[in-house]
Design a protein around this ligand. Structure first.
Ligand code: IPE
Ligand code: IPE
Ligand code: MG
Length: 258
């Protein structure tokens, strides 16, 4: 192995690799990819369509990206689908998003099972309508043994709310005498987030060109490689994902060391 390859190998978090079969270097793909799926509304506006049409088209892109990541051997895929702040949108848009989510879960359940993909959710799930929670619980239960990839949907998710509930839990432990403030470590904090048994994202992708995080995984992305593409989410393709992964493979991750 030459020096560059060795260095790259050292700098990348790995997972099983099948990327070489579709043209990426025969080195590991990131274990965890997280995506801020943005730009559905602008995609629709450009076509003089209702925003809802953008969300519908966006859900097709979700299907493509889930299957592509699974084929590439990416072990964890987290998709930011609905933020705590998105509750502020008009009722009609929120309702359309919820019904789209239910339809997505129903139509994808068998595919997820067949492809051995485990569905998980992070966020304030109890704020979702009861029928959406039922669909989620049904698909989560049906896919719980999936071992090829974890698909994590961030729904009614906000990183600040996640951090607040973690602080409340640790505070309650201190109050009960189960914990001292000095015993709080970064690992203990990690263990009390929604993502407790999920490794931190290696690669964070945001579509539609906005250079911001919008309250997504604030603690977990401390050392994620960030890639922002101007492509609007409904236009995001497998080909673009491959290009981003190829870019990622050429980055050197240092984690603060030299
Ligand atoms: C992302 O697209 C989907 C959600 C946030 C639910 P947007 O709806 O934010 O689309 P833009 O940003 O208005 O184009
Ligand atoms: C981020 O997109 C949230 C999701 C993709 C679900 P937003 O469109 O809500 O974020 P801002 O308002 O541009 O920051
Ligand atoms: Mg947006």
């Amino acid at each position: 192995m030459n020096a560059i390859k060795k260095k790259r190998k050292k700098s990348l978090n790995s997972s099983r690799n099948s990327a070489d079969s579709i043209g990426l270097d025969a080195i590991p793909v990131p274990a965890h990819v997280a995506i801020i799926m943005d730009g559905n509304g602008r995609w629709a506006k450009k076509r003089l369509l209702n925003r809802i049409k953008g969300h519908e088209k966006g859900s097709q892109a979700v299907r493509t990206v889930v299957q592509s990541c699974r084929e590439l051997g990416i072990r964890y895929l987290t998709l930011y689908a609905f933020s705590t702040e998105n509750w502020k949108r008009p009722k009609s848009e929120v309702e359309a998003l919820m019904s789209l989510l239910t339809r997505f879960l129903q139509s994808e359940k068998s595919e997820l099972m067949e492809k051995d993909i485990r569905l998980r959710v992070i966020g304030q799930i109890d704020r979702l309508p009861a029928n959406v929670q039922d669909s989620l619980n049904d698909t989560i239960a049906a896919t719980r043994n999936g071992s090829s990839m974890d698909l994590i949907l961030a729904l009614s998710y906000g990183a600040r709310a996640e951090i607040v509930q973690m602080v409340q839990k640790l505070g309650a432990m201190i109050q009960r005498g189960q914990l001292t403030p000095e015993a709080i470590t970064a690992d203990l904090v990690t263990d009390h987030l929604y993502t407790r048994d999920i490794p931190d994202p290696d690669l964070l992708i945001r579509t539609s060109g906005e250079m911001r995080i919008s309250n997504f995984l604030l603690w977990q992305i401390a050392y994620a490689e960030i890639f922002v593409t101007p492509t609007l989410w409904p236009d995001f393709s497998k080909q673009e994902l491959l290009q981003i992964l190829s870019d990622y493979q050429h980055r050197e991750r240092r984690f603060g060391a030299v």
